[in-house]
Design a protein around this ligand. Structure first.
Ligand code: 4AD
Length: 468
């Protein structure tokens, strides 16, 4: 046998074929001295292998060797596909078994692992059942999972999550390239804060004060002053957040766009609309197995979204909340609870869990946001986008007039000297433009109805965690 097979592809039609597979030992069950069952796992898919004494093929030493393997060791197995009776079928995903002829250990894992992968893969329902039946197992808490992330990542749900995450980035890039956007890479070491506020990591840049970029905001806008027309970036974003919440990280992956507009920031919202409908469709079409693997451990309903994304004004949203007794301060922001509630009300009324809220009060938007043309004191040309009542995007038309920009930055308490090159960029003739930023981890978390952003960040960084 020369060709490697993936465990995912083993199926009953291959009965009688010789296969060569590589995977991790998930469980080992010796039966007397002449037989051992191994469950082998590859990328979350498992198959049962039977090592049984057979003259001239499998020796008693080989069975002993199989039984002595440690869990999570990587092994190569050569053998014949058989289709076992129903009793064995239930224990495996593939409904096939491998009758082992040869076995090699490629890499041995230490015997006492800090996480048992099968335990880490249990759903809440399975945990409840196991508790009721008095089964011996350890509930794996979030900190343990994150401390030993390389083990935790091996569960089928996590295998699904990071493949879905990859597809989100891929669909984002494909769509934008097809719309004439240029992929850019802006500096992450910058002189001043890009979003304002205190959530900035400060550092020393060869004797000069500097920051880790809180977003590509300033440089993506400047690239439009350099006539790149329509740009996007997928890159790290740093926020020195103090909040320890289910949805804030200190480092996340930003999906950002910025584009010239002819007249109206609705042109940017049109891109949000088409981009996300395409993206959600592509996840549903291309990630069925991955979504199923996530759903098995963390059950969720598929996201409800319309072919044309619902748009409501901020005032309409506030009014809907008012009707159910929730008062928002005039020109104040929606807190997490109000956003959730509005998400529920919108879903009930319009049958969608994905929608755009636009025309936000100016006072609660960043300094670079364009004031509303018809009410520049109170409102702005800006929007947020929500999935299941939580924010995933914020976007806006930007101020392209340098004097206004400078005035607004000052009013925001930003030291304009640190962003003078940014403001000057608009002095040489600047296009009307707008854009938005999306948090990749939030999109995956909310599409999959997960309860914590740490589940969708490969190696999360939060106020308490800088390792692994
Ligand atoms: O709302 P934010 O801060 O907006 C910006 O960065 C603007 N420059 C975007 C623009 O082009 N107007 O961040 C954008 C998105 C949020 O909607 C959210 O999805 C995500 O980034 N995000 C975070 N994700 C994880 N952890 C955090 N601490 C986040 N802060 C924002």
């Amino acid at each position: 046998v020369n060709n490697w097979s993936r465990i995912e592809t083993l199926e009953p039609s291959l009965k009688g074929h010789q296969v060569l597979i590589r995977g991790r030992v998930q469980t080992i069950r010796p039966v007397g001295k002449k037989m051992a069952f191994l469950v082998i796992r590859e990328n979350g898919y498992t198959v049962q292998c039977l090592v049984q004494v057979q003259p001239d093929i499998v020796s008693i030493q080989m069975v002993k060797f199989a039984a002595s393997l440690s869990r999570e060791s990587i092994i190569d197995v050569e053998g014949e596909i058989s289709v076992p009776d129903s009793a064995i079928k239930a224990a495996t995903q593939q409904h096939v078994e491998v009758q082992v002829r040869k076995l090699y250990c490629v890499s041995r894992a230490v015997p006492n692992l800090p996480i048992n992968i099968e335990d880490a893969a249990r759903s809440e329902v399975e945990i409840e059942k196991a508790l009721q039946e008095g089964e011996q197992f350890v509930r794996v808490n979030q900190d343990t999972r994150l401390n030993f992330r390389v083990l935790d990542l091996r569960t089928p749900a996590n295998q699904g999550i990071f493949r879905i995450q990859s597809q989100v980035g891929n669909a984002f890039r494909q769509f934008l390239l097809s719309e004439g956007f240029v992929e850019i890479h802006t500096p992450k070491l910058i002189a001043g804060s890009s979003e304002g506020g205190a959530a900035v990591f400060r550092l020393d840049y060869k004797g000069q004060p500097a920051c880790l970029a809180q977003s590509p905001q300033l440089h993506k806008q400047m690239s439009l002053c350099g006539d790149l027309g329509r740009v996007f970036e997928i890159g790290p974003v740093f926020r020195a957040e103090d909040s320890y919440t289910h949805r804030h990280l200190c480092e996340f992956t930003g999906l950002d766009i910025e584009m010239e507009i002819k007249k109206h920031y609705f042109e940017v919202m049109d891109i949000v609309d088409r981009l996300f409908v395409t993206l959600f469709d592509s996840l549903n079409q291309n990630c069925q197995k991955e979504l199923e693997a996530v759903r098995k451990q963390y059950p969720f309903e598929p996201l409800k979204y319309l072919r044309q994304t619902l748009r409501l004004t901020y005032e309409e949203g506030v009014q809907m909340l008012k009707e159910v007794g929730i008062e928002i301060e005039p020109f104040g922001d929606l807190n997490t609870e109000a956003e959730r509630k509005l998400g529920q009300l919108v879903a009930e009324k319009y049958g969608t869990e994905f929608y755009i809220l636009y025309r936000y009060p100016l006072a609660i938007r960043p300094f670079y946001t364009m004031p509303c043309y018809d009410n520049p004191e109170e409102y702005s040309n800006s929007f947020d986008v929500f999935i299941r009542g939580e924010e995933i995007i914020s976007g806006a038309q930007r101020v392209h007039k340098p004097d206004l920009l400078e005035k607004r930055a000052e009013a925001w308490g930003i030291d304009v000297k640190t962003i003078s090159t940014y403001i000057d960029s608009f002095r040489y003739g600047a296009p009307l433009h707008g854009g938005f930023g999306v948090g990749l981890e939030r999109v995956v978390m909310l599409f999959c109805g997960l309860n914590n952003i740490r589940k969708t960040s490969l190696f999360p960084r939060d106020p308490l965690r800088l390792a692994p």
